[in-house]
Ligand binder design. Sequence first.
Ligand code: CUA
Length: 362
Amino acid sequence: MARRRPARPRPLPARSRPLPARFRPPPAWPRPLPPRSARWPWIALAVLPLSACSGSGQSTLTPYGDGARRVAGLWWLMFGISLFVTAVIVVLVLWAATRRRRPGVRARMDTGQRYVTITGIILPAIVLVLVYVISLPTLRAIGDPKDPDQLTIDVLGHQWWWEVSYPGSGVVTANEIHMPTGRTVHLRLRTADVNHSFWAPQLNVKTDLVAGRTNHLWLRTDRPGVYRGQCAEYCGLQHARMAFHVVAQPPAEFAAWLTGQARPAPAPPGGLAAQGLRVLESGSCASCHAVRGTTANGRIGPDLTHLASRRYLAAGTVPNTRGYLGGWISNSQTIKPGNRMPPQPLASEQLQALIAYLETLR
Ligand code: CUA
């Protein structure tokens, strides 16, 4: 059989005209850098993501509570140690990478191994023990301060909201923990169902709410403000929407708040609000919710006695406004799917009346 000789590649025809710009290949790598003046906007833009690190109200690095301040201090110290260790490693790696081996000298494995044992096991062990010893005083400081003047508050975790009660005062509220500034607050943390975790990053460490036991956390801050907190232990479908707010107030303001919350719900002024109270007492609301001073005394959902005084609905999910309140009552499943509250098929005027009544619960 005759073998065919492979065709010889023909020379490409000489290009007579230059290609149009869109067909021309990109300039060779590395591309020339843009002029210095054009680089600044990009550098400035690159800094933007850093702004997300603060201002969210949930950064451990902007502490306002005594406990959080200690933890942040420890964090910065550990960050400094890590930076130092990283720098030493980078220098050693560069040193090893750039060292030329002298001709005729063979690497000695036994010295190398001794060196790795010392720097790879003994040095990290020393650093870890050092960090542990340094963190001991912080662990002690964030625990029970044994303050005889402390205020005790009970926090009960539910799927997916927080029940807050003030022992001895009869005050029960939800998702909003008011506390006086300049005074130690002792939180007794329990759960009604699965495990949750209480975490207000700007005030103190996170503490788990474990089924069948009571855990303790102490908060103290001198700065009035609203601090956002979050459930930090996965607890089911709406774990992400299980937030709360700690409202720190000057002592006199806190005392006034507590007195107001201890009062039963005010009687409706009449008209639409009075009709709303009848809807609440006769409908299904009363079997799950309590409004002190009325016949509604359900214990499944949040206490609504002073609902209108709260900032948010559904554990920080939506702001407490008329529109969201109406939407929540009609069908809360569209706002927070999986929550325990079934849709309420109320006639429009009944819903308007109910909202009008709930808005009087200040
Ligand atoms: Cu409760 Cu996550």
